[in-house]
Design a protein around this ligand. Structure first.
Ligand SMILES: [Zn+2]
Length: 101
């Protein structure tokens, strides 16, 4: 299991505050328990998903081929420096993946 990063915490904490505030407001307006739980679950799930995606974005490296009209790009995360170097060489050298080798 991954550690919670500062980025994730900085998104999850406000999400919790929004969920609590929204829940209090809805409860004040006599919203039913089922609807209240559904809204809080959606707000919390959205915040957690956003935190996960942003955190993954910071840990992901994208290499694209510089050749015109070549659609090759490689996205890598959670791998070694050696593997990143291999993927970088593969993506940025069109002769290694292009059709006109
Ligand atoms: Zn290419």
């Amino acid at each position: 299991m991954q550690k919670t990063t500062l980025i994730q915490a900085s998104i999850i904490a406000p999400t919790g505050a929004v969920a609590i505030s929204l829940g209090a407001q809805l409860a004040h307006h006599n919203v039913g328990t089922t609807a209240l739980v559904a809204v809080l679950t959606c707000v919390t799930a959205t915040g957690l998903n956003l935190a996960r995606q942003i955190s993954e974005g910071f840990r992901t490296t994208l290499y694209t081929c510089p050749a015109n009209d070549c659609p090759v790009s490689i996205r890598a995360a959670g791998t070694s420096k050696t593997e990143l170097e291999r993927l970088h060489a593969l993506a940025t050298d069109h002769s290694k993946h292009g059709t006109d080798r």
